[in-house]
Design a binder for this molecule. Structure first.
Ligand SMILES: Cc1ncc(COP(=O)(O)O)c(C=O)c1O
Length: 442
């Protein structure tokens, strides 16, 4: 279709995800190209990417080695069935990946998205306990404000009301840890809040309530992303790990956002030095270029399930038509090489002090009531308009897009997570634009 030829009616057929469809279609925003740190709109404007697409394009856009690997693979072998047949690059990728995971997470199961990674990990937790003769452990503990994708498992362990209210909670017995953040005590923390770790002790109460013998796993995002960037208090994740160990409960880190360099290490597990039993990933795995996810399993989880099954039997009745899709695998191999060659998994650590100073310089700017940061992630919380929650942040988002900046808003929170290739000058531009916009926003 020639550029610019879409008519209003042409927008009807596509039912857009997580979008106010009627609002969007009355004033659409269209992206048609992307290179490095910028998108191009259908009217030819350059947009600085402040969100790495949707927390995923960690290597930046249109990177030649990834593009070439995808093109080459599509030409060589477009697809290979993953059940009972393999292709060598899938094994190669798994080996490359476990080189950068925390010790003992040495097994990789490929999926196509974060949501599938979460459902896969939940199933693995159940299968693990069953293999160990503890089939009564069927309940999951998530956390208020957790986002774990949109599968029925993910929305059940997730703690975002909007994502559940149309569908109900489908996993019986699922319970939730309380949220750990209190703006009056932890607001404007630079990096991890120094107080609040004791919120993890609520897990003891849930164990007392449900009994450890019924609980399979606890799942948390090591850094709360989608709900608006909340950094785990110092010591919080370690405390969760200790309580899980005490009661034989598996700990799942949902690293769909934090995986692959976002906080300045390969994974949040490494960054916080806390080892989960299962780790869910997607997004940055291949810099968002082809749908792909991966679950990393601790040896003990893998071995209990795989070595515990009878010979010649499928050990885990689970998998996807597109698990380890050759094109996705090629893109991930090229992405991982690029991360290594350019030191991108550590780059957020180098840039973090600069990023932190830049984002906290917005303290005192009109409407700003909190600022949070870690690695190359930032959250700027705005005072909501009286009686109109989300309206102010939405105006900022639309205004930023018009002025050449892509941000993400959740409620009245601006969430930032640029590609890891961002320069200091671009960080200045990004916060300069946000400051200007806030000053002129009602
Ligand atoms: C922590 C977390 N888990 C799971 C998901 C779901 O990923 P997907 O949209 O690829 O299904 C997301 C997406 O943002 C996420 O942030």
């Amino acid at each position: 279709m020639p550029e610019g030829s879409l008519k209003l009616n042409d927008l009807e057929a596509y039912w857009m995800p997580f979008t106010a469809n009627r609002q969007f279609k009355s004033a659409p925003r269209m992206l048609v190209a992307a290179k490095d740190m910028h998108y191009t709109t259908d009217d030819g404007r350059q947009i600085l990417d402040g969100t790495a697409g949707l927390w995923c394009c960690n290597a930046g856009h249109g990177r030649a080695p990834i593009v070439e690997a995808i093109q080459k693979q599509a030409a060589q072998m477009d697809y290979a069935p993953p059940f009972q047949i393999g292709h060598p690059d899938a094994f190669e990728l798994a080996n490359r990946l476990v080189e950068i995971t925390p010790a003992d997470l040495n097994h990789v199961f490929f999926t196509n998205s974060g949501s599938e990674s979460v459902d896969t990990a939940l199933k693995m937790a159940l299968a693990y306990h069953k293999a160990n003769g503890e089939g009564t452990r069927t309940k999951f503990i998530g956390r208020e404000k957790g986002y774990h994708g949109v599968g029925f498992g993910g929305i059940s362990v997730g703690g975002l009301g909007n994502n559940r209210k149309q569908f109900g909670n489908q996993l019986p017995g699922t319970d939730h840890l309380p949220f750990f953040y209190d703006r009056t005590k932890q607001g404007f923390s630079k990096g991890a809040p120094t107080t609040g770790a004791e919120a993890a002790d609520a897990l003891e109460n849930l164990v007392a309530l449900h009994d450890a013998s019924t609980i399979a796993a606890v799942i948390v995002e090591p850094m709360v992303g989608s709900a608006g960037v909340f950094i785990s208090p110092e010591g919080y994740l370690k405390r969760l790990r200790e309580i899980c160990d005490k009661y034989g409960i598996l700990l799942i880190f949902d690293e769909v956002i934090t995986g692959f360099g976002r906080l300045g290490s390969s994974f949040a597990a490494t960054h916080y030095d806390v080892q989960p039993d299962l780790m869910t990933t997607a997004k940055g795995l291949n810099s968002g270029t082809v749908p792909m996810g991966a679950v990393f399993a601790h040896d003990r989880v893998h071995d209990a399930i795989v070595n515990g099954a009878p010979d010649n039997m499928i050990e885990l009745f689970h998998g996807y038509t597109y698990s380890a899709h050759p094109v996705a695998v090629a893109s991930a191999l090229a992405t991982q090489k690029l991360y290594k060659d350019e030191g991108l998994l550590e780059r957020a650590r180098e840039l973090a002090p600069y990023w932190q100073d830049a984002i906290h310089s917005l303290k005192g700017t009109k409407h700003v009531i909190d600022i949070r940061n870690e690695g190359l992630v930032g959250g700027i919380e705005l005072e909501p308009r009286p009686g109109k929650p989300t309206a102010r942040a939405y105006d900022v988002f639309v205004n930023a897009f018009e002025k050449g900046l892509l941000i993400r808003t959740t409620g009245d929170i601006i969430a930032l997570s640029p590609p890891l290739i961002i320069s200091k000058a671009q960080i200045d531009d990004l916060f300069g634009m946000i400051t200007d916009i806030l000053k002129t926003t009602d």
